[in-house]
Design a protein around this ligand. Sequence first.
Ligand code: NI
Length: 159
Amino acid sequence: MALREIREYGDDVLARKCKEVKEMTPRLQELVDDMLETMYESNGVGLAAPQVGVLKRIVVIDTTGEDPHVLINPVILETSGEQTGYEGCLSLPGKSGVVTRPNYVKCKAYDRNMEEYILEGEELLARAICHELDHLDGHMYVEKVEGELVNNEDLMSEE
Ligand code: NI
């Protein structure tokens, strides 16, 4: 496993649509391992393949630090409710902004063995699923921010 360089906002690779994964390969297995390692190292709760420069529909999410989800070719099936809160992105370090997302999300995806499964989440997990899936279509949360982006340091001093 190895850490990958995280691409930052403004990099063209973050504005492009990712391609579906047709089959799992040793190279993609390595990519998934590297994405998990890179996410944990950066204290993130999710990471999408374009953030490490790979235009494939692959996402990793772990909102608790002990429950890693690998989502390949994920599709949202159902959403409900609403939550409004601060959101950040490893591709825009040190910043956060207020984004409204569904409070519940149900999606289907393939795991790293290309077995289809269903992932349901509420609150932070629902937010992370929506955020990461947006990356696969070249979208970043900044497009949805209500008001201004803030510096994380200012957020902490407010609390
Ligand atoms: Ni992000």
